[in-house]
Design a protein. Structure first.
Length: 209
């Protein structure tokens, strides 16, 4: 039964990888964006683990001081009981001292291990951030290349249309501008012509008077 489930899991995993490979070939930028989103999520998980390790380190230190204080307290109490001739209290205090001292030593070792693990975890976390930053920069570079490729494709398409069609969009636009310019110039000439004729007519009337 276990082998059947294992094979099913491997089969599903292989199908997913195949789908991802096809997706990357079809749209590499989309696949890269998806990878970056997943990586950012993983980075956030690691950051939380780093924060948790800091808290554990501090907790180990607090427990160490607490156990060490109790161990020293019980040792003093054992000395007092011994001087007072209280054998039973003396034995109890020594037993408690031993327990607390062992706990303090264990917490001290645990804190030292936590510090070492924290340093290693921080280094890996920094490496992860650097790799992610490099991936973001790589995406920017790919976006730049993609923009250039799209622009060149658009330019080539327009140029091809201009070559194949007698009246391309550029030619049509040029004719439209020329027609608009003619209308503006014609309207301007008419308006100035009318004003000049009116002025001449006015001057002629003044001369007659």
């Amino acid at each position: 039964m276990t082998n059947i489930f294992t094979r099913m899991k491997e089969s599903v995993s292989a199908d997913l990888h195949m789908m991802m490979d096809k997706r990357e070939q079809k749209n590499p930028m989309s696949a890269l964006n998806q990878y970056l989103r997943q990586s950012e999520q993983e980075k956030e998980k690691v950051r939380k683990l780093v924060d948790r390790q800091y808290k554990l380190k501090d907790e180990f230190m607090r427990e160490y001081h607490k156990a060490q204080d109790f161990a020293e307290k019980r040792l003093k109490q054992a000395n007092i009981a011994e001087k007072a001739g209280e054998e039973q209290m003396h034995e109890f205090a020594l037993k408690e001292h031993k327990e607390y001292q062992m706990r303090a030593d264990r917490m001290k070792n645990s804190r030292e291990e936590a510090v070492e693990q924290l340093e290693e975890l921080e280094q890996k976390y920094e490496e992860m951030k650097h790799k992610l930053k490099d991936m973001h920069l790589r995406r920017m570079e790919l976006m730049g290349k993609e923009n250039i490729a799209n622009a060149n494709q658009q330019i080539n398409r327009v140029v091809t249309e201009s070559t194949d069609k007698p009246f391309s969009r550029f030619a049509e636009m040029e004719q439209y501008i020329e027609g608009l310019e003619y209308k503006v110039n014609s309207s301007y000439y008419k308006s100035t012509f009318d004003s000049k004729i009116a002025k001449l007519e006015e001057e002629m009337q003044e001369n007659e008077n």
